[in-house]
Write a protein that binds this ligand. Structure first.
Ligand code: PTJ
Length: 258
């Protein structure tokens, strides 16, 4: 790992990259995960690298959904394990969710390393690893189809940070509520999910934890109302309009520095 000065104008962005590179060097982030992060960074630039108001709406709906779910599961891949392991464990404990490793590029060695990372942050149990009772969801056309009978298979709500497309659609078809975190508001995952948080996972997960903590005092009817009033299509349109407005303003203000 390189030493990054906190005075560097892109300090946080570089720190986040280093977390992924460390995960890659330790063998649980795939090279494709580094490419996926680059795509995410590009969208994050368009958002201004902040959590925008439509994302806050989605975070609130996601928190309420997790609190009223009977069997929530948090799905974890290599990038999520590298970027937000502590927040995943904290959120799981707060809402009583199971944590399941579910990989697109599945290998036994990666699974075990991700379990080890999550355990080092306090996870008691991590599902989805070979040896656990796994089954297959035939509607999913990738290694992600292997899921735990005590996890994603049984879940009423699945949180899927950093997806790759077909799974969100398949999980919806199976009647599950899908909460996605994806910086790309145009992705298939974003459009297929029940609730899409268009934000960087490193900002979204701590905010989701905070929101769960503050909504915990709400009763079930109040939480249900937050969920029913939420409209994902509208929120995705708001995100796109936010980006359009921002680009329009930037196009007027742009000055080249010398
Ligand atoms: O660990 P594995 O084997 O399960 O593989 C994980 C990757 C990420 C390689 C796999 O899921 C994949 O190929 O994903 P995609 O199809 O590249 O999709 C990743 C999505 O996440 C893209 O829409 C990115 O814009 C978005 N993204 C990338 N980094 C972040 C992000 N969204 C939120 N926060 C990020 N930090």
């Amino acid at each position: 790992m390189i030493e990054i000065s906190p005075n560097h104008p892109r300090y946080w962005s570089l720190v986040i990259r280093e977390r992924l590179v460390k995960g890659f060097e330790e063998g649980y982030v795939v090279p494709q995960g580094l490419i996926a992060h680059g795509r995410g960074e590009c969208f994050d630039y368009l958002l201004g690298e902040v959590t925008i108001p439509p994302a806050l709406k989605a975070i609130r709906a996601a928190a309420a959904t997790l609190l009223i779910s009977k069997y929530p599961v948090i799905s974890v891949n290599g990038n999520a394990a590298a970027l937000v392991p502590g927040e995943i464990v904290r959120l799981a404990k707060l809402v009583g969710a199971k944590i399941e490793v579910n990989l697109f590029h599945r290998t036994r060695s990666r699974e075990l390393k991700i379990v080890e990372v999550l355990r080092s942050y306090g996870a008691d149990e991590v599902l989805g690893v070979e040896g656990d009772d796994l089954t297959t969801i035939p509607e999913i056309f990738s290694e992600r189809r292997k899921v735990s009978l005590r996890g994603i298979y049984r879940a009423d709500t699945v949180l899927v940070p950093l997806e790759d497309g077909d799974r969100a659609e398949a999980l919806r078809k199976l009647g599950k509520t899908v909460i996605a975190i994806d910086l790309n508001p145009l992705s298939r995952t974003s459009r297929a999910a029940s609730i899409t948080i268009v934000d960087n996972i490193v900002r979204a997960l701590p905010k989701l934890v905070e929101e769960v903590e503050s909504l915990k005092k709400f009763n079930v009817n109040e939480l249900r109302r937050i969920v029913t009033e939420y409209n994902n299509e509208e929120v995705l349109k708001e995100v796109i309009n936010y980006i359009l407005d921002r680009l329009y303003i930037l196009s007027k203000e742009l000055r080249l520095t010398t």
